[in-house]
Ligand binder design. Structure first.
Ligand SMILES: Cc1cc2nc3c(=O)[nH]c(=O)nc-3n(C[C@H](O)[C@H](O)[C@H](O)COP(=O)(O)OP(=O)(O)OC[C@H]3O[C@@H](n4cnc5c(N)ncnc54)[C@H](O)[C@@H]3O)c2cc1C
Length: 373
């Protein structure tokens, strides 16, 4: 397996727990530094199904690896009245079917949130969101005696029969090669002369210090999200009535991985000013960026690039920790059992077999609500 990021790490563990010998190669090009959001509060029915399967995958890994991966967290979704009426009120039915407890409240000052406009609807959800300790799973996997972990940048060579993966001058072969290199996927396969419908873009976030926030806030009035850091520092700061909040927006900028040296200050400052409208006084304490990738329809893809030899799983845009583990499990089932589970069928790479545009722009991420408003 090439790429030990969010999805690669989960997949390597699923395979090794099924007694498949796994070599996991990672270059360290990017790594999440704090737990990631897993949410079932998604827009599309098929995505919610994936999020439910992913939750089961995290529970399996937690119990088998004896690690506490998932921490339940309440969330508040703020939407304009019009978007609530036209879109979100019907989506909430799907959230409830997925076991989320949803209620609407009149104002959110009890949650430390300011009112910004007069037509805001506040949706409280319990049982829909978790912070998943992906960094802890990665640390465990690097030191696992069941996964052969290799540090280094991989290159793929295909000689017409076998695939060789070259890392630090050493050759690796296997029954299968699985590519989970995120935003590097299309660069990796271009070495084989293969094109894939994936476009890379820069995702950015800011960390601010402010009054204690214990919930995730998805704010579609201001176009931002905010969440506690989800680390041990939370309880320490919480005793002082403070917290570090990580925030961002849906701003995406198409860019090849490795092109930037830092965050875009204009984007970060704009996010901070919107966070202040909602949370009041905030002090910037950090910022970071990474690379994400999207397909033309902004839904992930999974499937084979060279039949029975090379598989790819990617295109996770900003919700890889939410839907990625489900497609990792689907790939395990396909490799071991020979057929795709139903929940994976809408995501098969074959949907692009008729072609895709030669250029396109990255659309709004698939987990965002109130699209185009
Ligand atoms: C700031 C930020 C916050 C985010 N927050 C969330 C969140 O809360 N919840 C959520 O669901 N999603 C979140 N995302 C999106 C999420 O990170 C992605 O959807 C997810 O990482 C995609 O998983 P992946 O395994 O496909 O790719 P990655 O996780 O990017 O993994 C790719 C891996 O491949 C490795 N690699 C690359 N090239 C090579 C090579 N040649 N050889 C070997 N290894 C290589 C890299 O080092 C990396 O480890 C966030 C993204 C960013 C940038």
């Amino acid at each position: 397996m090439i790429g030990g990021g969010v999805v690669g790490t989960v997949l390597a563990n699923l395979l090794s727990l099924r007694e498949i010998e796994v070599t996991l190669i990672d270059s360290g090009a990017q790594r999440p530094r704090y737990p990631l959001i897993h949410s079932k509060l998604l827009r599309f029915k098929e995505d919610i199904e994936l999020a439910k399967v992913s939750e089961g995958v995290y529970r399996e890994l937690s119990s088998q690896l004896r690690i506490d991966l998932m921490h339940s967290i309440r969330s508040i979704t703020i939407v304009p009245q019009e978007c609530y009426r036209d879109e979100v009120s019907s989506i909430i039915g799907m959230w409830r079917e997925a076991g989320v407890r949803v209620s609407i409240i009149d104002e959110a000052s009890d949650y430390g949130l300011r009112k910004v406009g007069n037509d805001e609807v506040y949706i409280i959800s319990d049982g829909g969101d978790h912070l998943v300790d992906i960094p802890a799973l990665m640390r465990l996997s690097r030191n696992s005696k069941y996964i052969h972990y290799v540090d280094g940048e991989a290159h793929i060579k295909f000689n017409g029969r076998d695939i060789n993966v070259v890392v630090n001058g050493d050759n690796y072969t296997g029954d299968y090669v699985i590519l989970t290199t995120g935003a590097w996927n299309s660069i990796m396969v271009s070495e084989l002369g293969i094109r894939v419908p994936l476009l890379q873009y820069k995702c950015q976030a800011v960390a601010v210090l402010g009054k204690a926030v214990n919930n995730i806030v998805y704010d579609y009035v201001l176009g931002i999200y905010a969440r506690p850091l989800g680390s041990s520092i939370d309880s320490l700061l919480g005793r002082l009535g403070l917290s570090v909040i990580v925030g961002g927006d849906g701003n995406v900028r198409v860019e090849k991985p490795g092109s930037s040296k830092g965050v875009d200050e204009d984007v970060i400052n704009d996010v901070i000013s919107r966070l202040r409208l909602r949370f009041g006084l905030l002090i910037r304490v950090g910022s970071g960026f990474g690379y994400c990738e999207g397909t033309p329809d902004m839904r992930p893809l999974v499937g084979s690039l060279i039949e029975d030899k090379l598989y790819i799983i990617g295109g996770f845009n900003g919700y890889g920790a939410e839907v990625g583990p489900a497609l990792a499990l689907a790939l395990v089932e396909y490799i071991l059992g020979g057929s795709w589970p139903n929940y994976a069928k809408p995501y098969l790479i074959d949907r692009f077999s008729g072609g895709w545009p030669s250029t396109w722009d990255v659309d709004q991420e698939a987990h965002e609500l109130c699209v185009g408003r």
